[in-house]
Design a protein around this ligand. Sequence first.
Ligand SMILES: Cc1cc2nc3c(=O)[nH]c(=O)nc-3n(C[C@H](O)[C@H](O)[C@H](O)COP(=O)(O)OP(=O)(O)OC[C@H]3O[C@@H](n4cnc5c(N)ncnc54)[C@H](O)[C@@H]3O)c2cc1C
Length: 546
Amino acid sequence: MARFDRQEVPNQSPPFAGVDLFAIDRALQEAVSANGAGGEAAALGAFGRRWGSAGMFEQARLANEYPPRLKTFDAQGRRSDTVEFHPAYDAFMAESIAAGLHASTWQADASRAAAPAEVARAARFYMVAQVENGHMCPVTMTRASVAALAREPGLVRTLMPKLISRRYDPVLRPWREKTGITLGMGMTEKQGGTDVRTNTTRAEPDGDAFRITGHKWFMSAPMSDAFLMLAQAPGGLTCFFLPRFAPDGRVNALHFQRLKDKLGNRSNASSEVELDDAHALRVGEEGAGIRTILPMVQLTRLDCAISSAGMMRAAVSRAMHHCLYRHVFGRPLADQPMMRAVLADMALEVEGAVASVMRLCRSFDQAAASPAEAARARLLTPAIKYAVCKAAPALVYEAMECLGGNGYVEDGAMARLYREAPVNAIWEGSGNVMGLDVLRALSRDGEAARAVIAELANEAKGLPGVMDAVDFIAETLAGEADARAGVECLYRLAATAALADRTTGDVAALFARTWLAGGHRGATYGTAGLDEAGTSLLLGRILPDS
Ligand SMILES: Cc1cc2nc3c(=O)[nH]c(=O)nc-3n(C[C@H](O)[C@H](O)[C@H](O)COP(=O)(O)OP(=O)(O)OC[C@H]3O[C@@H](n4cnc5c(N)ncnc54)[C@H](O)[C@@H]3O)c2cc1C
C-alpha cells in the first residue's frame, strides 16, 4: 500500500465546472425577467449549462495558453499577413456566432431587433464573459459595426446577410464569397487614441472609393473580414469600410507589423498595422467620422460593462465555491465571520452591476420608441461603463485572495481573470473619457439628463441616501475635476434604482445603505458593515442550493 496517496487530496475545493451558469445565478435570473426577457429563461438555461461545462472551461484555458501568432510571410517570402489561432479560439468564435452574439440585436435590414433582443443577448454575453473573454472582442465589434454602417444604406444592405449569418467562416477570402463575416475597428494611432482628431492616416479619393495610407497602433482582431477605420479625407476625419480584399481580388494593402504582447486578453490578437494605398469605401459623410462612429462606440461601451459584470460574477462565484469547501481552524471559510463579510460585500457589488447593466440594456431595447429611455441610455452608458469596469479589477483581486495561494497560480482561472479585468476600463473610452462623456450628455441636453436623474431618484424613493445622492451628483458634475465622484454616485443611484425595480427589495435597501448612505465603509471589500440578516441574504444568493 502506498504510504503517501496523491489521489487523496483533503480539504481542497472540487473544480468549479459542470455548472449551469444561469440556474445558479439568482441576480441574473431576476434581472432578465425584470427587463422583459423572462420568456428566454429555458433557452438561457441551456446556454448556461453549455457554457458552464468542464469542456468549455478547458477550451478557455487552451485558447489563452496558446495565444495567436502573426505569420507575416509565407515560406517563399511573399507577404501573408495572417494570424494563426489555437483551434479552441476558433471554437469559441463558432459558438458565440452560432448563438447570435455578434448580430442578434439587428434585423436583416440593419434596423434594431425587437425587445427584448438586447437583454436576451446581454444575458448570454455576461455568461460567456465568465468563461472566455478574448474572442468577445471581435464579436462585440461585429455587432456594433452595424450601427455605423447603417449610415450607408447601400453598403449595409449588401453586408447584412453575411453579418447576421450564424456560421463562423475563418477562411481568408473576399467577404462576398464567405458564409459569414466579422468586422474590426481601426481608430487608435500612435499619437492618439482618445483624441482621434489627431489621426494622421490619409484618405485620397479614387473614383467612388478611397486609398488609405498610414498606420493604426492598436487594431484588434486583424483577421476580420473588414474594418471600420478613421482617416483624414480632404473634407476632414472620415469613417471608412476597409475590406481585407480589394475589388480586384488581391489582398488589400494592410500590413501587420506585430501583435501586441498584452497583460491579459491573450487569446485575442491585437495588431499594429500599416496601410499602403489600401482600398476603402466611405461610411457616412466626409468630415463626419466621429459622428459616424459614435453609435457604434455606444454599443461597444455597453458590451464592456456587460462583460465586466460577467467577470465579477465569475470571480465571486468561484470565491464562494472555494469557501464553501475549504476548512480553516475546523470550520468552512464560508462560515467565518470576516470571510462572510468579504463575500457578502462582493456579492452586493455584483448584484448592483448585474441589475444596472441589464436595466441599461432595456433602455437600448426601448430607445427607438421612447425618448426617456434613449436619454437614459445616453447618460448612463458612460456612467455604468465607468463604474462597473473600474470595480472589476478590485473585486477580482479580492476574490482571488479568497482562494489563498490557489488563486494566484495559473492552474486555476482566477489569475487569468485578474489579468483580463482591467482592459474593459482602458479601451472603448478610458475612465476619465467616460467622465467627460457624462458631462457632455449633461451639457448637450441638460434637461433630458436631469429628468433621468430625477426618474432614478423616484424609482429608488424612500431608500437611504437617495436624496443626498441627487444633490451630490449635481454638485460634483458641475465641472471636470470632481466628475469621477459624481459619475460613481450616478452609477450607485442607477444601480439602486435597478435593484428596486425587482421583487427582491431587500437587496436594493442593502445597496443603498452601503453605497449611498454608508459614510464609514473602507476602501476594501468586507468593510460595508452589513448586518447578519443582510449578510445571510447576500451569501445565500451567490450559489443558491449549495
Ligand atoms: C488590448 C487592447 C486592444 C485594443 N484594440 C483596439 C482596436 O481594435 N481598435 C482601436 O482603434 N483601438 C484599440 N485599442 C486602443 C484603445 O482604444 C486606446 O488605447 C484607448 O482609447 C486609449 O487611447 P490611448 O492609448 O491613446 O491613451 P490616451 O488617449 O493617451 O489616454 C491616456 C489616459 O488619459 C486619459 N485622458 C484622455 N483625455 C483626457 C482628458 N481630456 N482629461 C483627463 N484625462 C484624459 C484617458 O482616460 C487615459 O486614462 C486597444 C487597446 C487595448 C489595450
